[in-house]
Design a protein around this ligand. Structure first.
Ligand code: TYD
Length: 137
């Protein structure tokens, strides 16, 4: 599936921990946008979309949540629960985020500016796009 889990090196000392992300060094793309998701209400499911072009790395810098990843053939669940764990999504993947802890802060690093036309927000359209890509291979 078009995702990868990335381990970031924790630079720590007796005062605490620190992780640095540097463009094209431990991120595989140039960073155009950073956003964060927080204060997600209990039992809410977010995401529910795929992207055509966008690449993203998501990190639970605080708390935890579960990502459901779907490539049109299989569904996998990934728990993000550590600030040193990044989820890199590069391919055509439908994603849903659920089971947010109350304190969860998701930091997202993105390869493109916000562009609604890059979103596929309808699951059937997503499947159609997956099939199209398969035909054009
Ligand atoms: P949405 O895509 O629904 O969030 P999620 O996928 O996490 O459930 O985004 C919520 C709103 O924020 C929506 O109106 C679009 C807007 N938005 C921006 O303006 N810029 C951004 O970078 C992002 C990610 C969302």
């Amino acid at each position: 599936m078009g995702y990868k889990l990335v381990n970031f090196k924790t630079l720590g000392d007796e005062r605490g921990s620190l992780i640095a992300l540097e463009e094209n060094y431990n991120t595989p793309f140039a960073i155009k946008r950073v956003y964060y998701i927080f204060d997600t209400k209990k039992d809410v499911v977010r995401g529910l979309h795929a992207h055509i072009k966008l690449k993203q790395i998501t990190i639970a810098v605080k708390g935890h949540c579960t990502f459901v990843l779907d490539d049109g053939y299989d569904r996998e669940e990934i728990v993000l629960d550590n600030p040193n764990k990044g989820l890199l999504i590069e391919g055509l993947i439908w994603r849903e985020m659920k089971d947010f802890s109350e304190d969860c802060v998701l930091l997202v690093i993105a390869s493109e500016h916000y562009d609604e036309s890059d979103y596929i927000r309808n699951y059937q359209e997503f499947i159609t796009k997956v099939m199209e890509n398969e035909k054009n291979k």
